[in-house]
Design a protein around this ligand. Sequence first.
Ligand code: F6R
Ligand code: MG
Ligand code: MG
Length: 365
Amino acid sequence: MTKTTLSVIKADVGSLAGHHVVHPEQIRVSEESLSAAKLSGLINDFRVTNCGDDLELIMTHRKGEDNSEIHGLAWNTFHKAAAVANELGLYAAGQDLLSDAYSGNLKGMGPGYAEIEFEERKGEPVIVFMADKTEPGAFNLPIYRMFADPFSSAGLVVDPNMHGGFKFQVLDVIEGHSYELNTPEETYDLLALIGTTGRYILKSIRRKSDNLIAAKVSITKLSLIAGRYVGKDDPVAIVRAQHGLPAVGEVLEPFAFPHLVAGWMRGSHYGPLMPVAQKNAKCTRFDGPPRVVGFGFQIKDSKLTGPADLFDDPAFDRTRETACRVADYMRRHGPFMPERLGPEEMEYTTLPQVLEKLKSRLSKE
Ligand code: F6R
Ligand code: MG
Ligand code: MG
């Protein structure tokens, strides 16, 4: 059986009203670009959407992961959307397009991506998560809970096909290497790593019994790539669901807790991750609070049916209300930690200049 690849590729190439939302004309030109690619047979299907100021290309094809033509298509499409940003005078036009020339792969070029190649099951429910004003480590907690916490995913206890547990690939973004840990037996070791969300990132999950790929997170580290701040690397994730994997409701359950994530204003603060309908994926208050959107699809013969906008549901109203209360509480700390990130994680800082200025006024203690 031929395999399908789902590629979710995103970039912030400029937005309306500061770092707020992608402009409809950018969506239109992107759809036009992907339509042509579908007609030519390069991709089989696509959806274009946005989460705040991030333009998201969701594509199915049969070319596999890290394919040069698919990445090239995304690169060209982002350039077209950036051209619209330039034309309209949108903010931060072309922000995430870090290189001048495309060299065969998007790695290190600025856009973020999550891709999975898999054999379609008879029914193939897939959820695409897209977040704005945060970082890939924001998915550590919810993905851990989906695949390893029986208080969240009942299937870990009662479904024989999940009972064996999962394999977690963890990337150390500082050292640039990764580890594989198994749950439930290495749960405490896993948590010892992924609790440090700025450094150890969950990047993929496989089912232990048959190595089936179950989830992937985009891990592009924009700030490290550029060596300076060029925009928060707002993440995307792909999670397959049902039939021996967490049910859709188990995949969504962890988001009922609006946990604190790094990002928010100037990528330098902790704020609650608020699950929202796509139409509400637009950050306002203190450039936030950080948002996450969940699009559910069925995939058949490499074609997409959907999306179902999964957080567009009153069942998440209380979560959003809690998120607003947490935002109030955190904001009252102003420039103090733990509202402000620690110095090593801040995207903006004046600390070196301040210390330099005070040098001549040092007094020994
Ligand atoms: C955070 C973010 C915004 C900007 C802020 C300042 O990820 O995108 O909070 O950091 O609006 O932006 P500049 O420096 O472009 O004025
Ligand atoms: Mg932006
Ligand atoms: Mg963004």
